[in-house]
Structure formats: C-alpha cells, structure tokens
Write a protein that binds this ligand. Structure first.
Ligand code: HEM
Length: 153
C-alpha cells in the first residue's frame, strides 16, 4: 500500500500542475450536471471502439453504470489536489475491476472513450490545454488503478 501511495503522489506532483487540476475540476463541473446525456455517450463510444467489452458490462444497465462511474470520477476529481485521501478507495476499486475481468491494457481504451466523450460534451469549451489536463488526470488515475491491481498487498 505504501508503494502505491508513493507512486500516486509522484504521478500527481510530476504530471499535473495546479492550473491543470483547476481546468479539470471546472470542466467536470459542467459535464457532471448531465449524467443522463454524458453517460450513454460514453458507453456508446466505448462499445463502438471496443465491442468486445460488452459482455463484461452485461450485469448492470447503462444508466446505473453511468451513475456509479460518475460518482467515482466526481469523488476523485474533487480530491485531485489531495489524492492521498482517496488512494484506499482507488485501490479497492482497481481490485474489484480485476474481478470484472478488466486487464491493464483495457485502461487506454476506456481513457480514449472518456476523452472523446468530454470533447463532445464540452463542445466549444474543449481546448488543447483541457485535453492535456484531462490526459494527465486519466493517466494518474489509471496508472494508480493498474498498479493497485497488479501489486500484491
Ligand atoms: C479510471 C478508470 C475507471 C473508473 C474510475 C471506473 C469506475 C467504475 C465504477 C465506480 C464501477 C462501479 C462498480 C464498483 O464500484 O466496483 C465500475 C464498474 C465496472 N467497470 Fe470501471 N472504472 C474504470 C475503468 C474501467 C476499465 C478500464 C474497464 C475495462 C473495460 C472497466 C470496466 C468495468 C466493468 C466491467 C464494471 C462492472 C460492470 C457491471 O458489473 O455491470 N472500468 N467502474
């Protein structure tokens, strides 16, 4: 666990600036208001680029799944500047994902679907700066999840 904590702190310090944290938090605030639009957009895109993922998600409906994903992202994003507070939860989430059949290689595809969704959802507000900030954010979160799912406790 200590190893995970240290690495996540390092990712955070070296990959995201305070400006980027603010950009992610502000843009997320406008996306999070519309989970019923953005959720289906995200899953629609995910299954378009990775139809082979579909069977993994067949236990829950898209609205229910979207709600859970949004709640988790919301939780992490509000704590981006104090990531050490959410590490236990991110680690537990990552371990549950191993049980869902998720492999490290899948994180990049989900990240691509997430960025595509944000770009569509934010429209004119989507900029190169925002893209870099969100890429950094997803890299930190997914790296932490991959590490937690591969490191033995
Ligand atoms: C930053 C990355 C991710 C976050 C924040 C995230 C978040 C979540 C959350 C909150 C849930 C609800 C269940 C739970 O809390 O255990 C969930 C379920 C799930 N996620 Fe993720 N996830 C991420 C990446 C991925 C990736 C890369 C995949 C691979 C395809 C994936 C596949 C799934 C599946 C299959 C379920 C269970 C669906 C079901 O039972 O119907 N997730 N995820």
């Amino acid at each position: 666990m200590l190893k995970i904590k240290n690495s996540v702190t390092i990712y955070l310090l070296y990959i995201m600036t305070n400006d980027q944290i603010q950009l992610v938090q502000q843009s997320w605030a406008s996306v999070v208001r519309l989970p019923e639009v953005v959720g289906p957009l995200f899953y629609g895109r995910l299954f378009e680029i990775a139809p082979e993922f579909k069977p993994m998600f067949n236990k829950t409906s898209v609205p229910e799944q979207s709600k859970k994903l949004f709640m988790m992202l919301n939780y992490v994003i509000t704590k981006l500047s104090r990531l050490e507070e959410v590490l236990e939860e991110v680690s537990a989430l990552a371990k549950r994902h191993v049980g869902y059949g998720v492999q490290p290689v899948h994180y990049a595809t989900v990240g691509a679907a997430l960025l595509w969704t944000l770009e569509k959802g934010l429209g004119d507000k989507w900029t190169e700066e925002l893209k870099a900030a969100w890429t950094a954010c997803y890299t930190i979160l997914s790296s932490a999840m991959i590490e937690a799912s591969t490191v033995s406790q």
